[in-house]
Design a protein around this ligand. Structure first.
Ligand code: PTJ
Length: 254
């Protein structure tokens, strides 16, 4: 990240540094222009949430990590924005929970797929699934480019982490009886409502927090992890995030 132009004492420095990461990803062919716009939408919610990982998000992170640790075949789905924001943590989390990493793009091109693969391998990923070819399969009833998945990855997976997702694929994966963990700053999105566990947080904070939580929960017995999952209520958690946004807006008005 180049920190030359943004003064470190700037009140919005952290938020501006995150933008720089996405712009760098865009220049390297990882992020699409639409990804920059999507980030802007996310920023609005992040501002309202206070730009920190809330206790509500931490509860969801606990449930998400438990689900990944309990999975038989977990997969972390990676798109352009996620690869630009936290490539190192994607690989760390995948290693900890024994998950496959699969590239899945809304705005698919061969060049982007290969640029993201290169970035993940640079961070230590041994294998990256989702490179289109003979192992590709299709998610039924899905029209976007995201329908093409790896038959040994998302197609067969039981639990899938889908940061910065579009609602269509989350709904389609749930219909395929898969458990879906979403990371989305918007508690009102279709993705957030359809997922099994939704983490309302910025992916750039959520992924490192998941790495810490997965390390801790990995030491726990299966029965404890199952209890955490069973006690988690996604709709209640989403309502709590909305309430935080409402309270934040009221406090800022004064
Ligand atoms: O890399 P590709 O080709 O797969 O394309 C990726 C984008 C992001 C362009 C594509 O998935 C897209 O158009 O996404 P949407 O439908 O705009 O949805 C993005 C969602 O992610 C919105 O609800 C945003 O609020 C949310 N979001 C944006 N940035 C972040 C985020 N959520 C968590 N962390 C973020 N940093």
């Amino acid at each position: 990240m180049h920190r030359t132009i943004i003064p470190s004492g700037h009140p919005r420095a952290e938020s501006l540094y995150i933008r720089e990461l996405l712009v760098k990803g865009f220049r390297h062919g990882i992020v699409v222009p639409e990804g920059l716009i999507a980030h802007g939408r996310g920023e609005t919610f992040d501002y309202m949430l206070g730009e920190k990982t809330t206790e509500t998000a931490r509860t969801a992170i606990k449930a998400a990590c438990s689900l990944l640790l309990l999975a038989i075949h977990p997969v972390i789905s990676v798109n352009g924005n996620l690869a630009a924001l936290c490539p190192k943590e994607i690989v760390e989390l995948a290693t900890l929970v024994n998950a496959d990493i699969e590239i899945n793009l809304f705005y698919w091109t061969r060049e982007r797929e290969l640029a993201i693969e290169k970035e993940l391998k640079k961070m230590g990923a041994k294998a990256v699934l989702g490179i289109r070819g003979k192992d590709s399969a299709r998610i039924p009833e899905l029209l976007s480019e995201r329908r093409t998945v790896d038959q040994d990855g998302i197609y067969r997976a039981d639990n899938i982490l889908v940061p910065l997702e579009d609602g269509d694929r989350t709904e389609a994966l749930v219909k395929m009886h898969k458990k879906v963990i979403a990371i989305d700053l918007n508690p009102l999105s279709r993705t957030s409502k359809a997922a099994t566990v939704t983490i309302i947080d910025n992916a750039i904070r959520a992924l490192p927090a998941m790495v810490i939580e997965a390390k801790r929960l990995k030491q726990k017995k299966e029965i404890i992890l199952k209890k955490i999952v069973n006690e988690f209520d996604n709709s209640k958690n989403l309502s709590e995030s909305l309430e935080i946004i409402r309270r934040g807006a009221n406090a800022r008005q004064r």
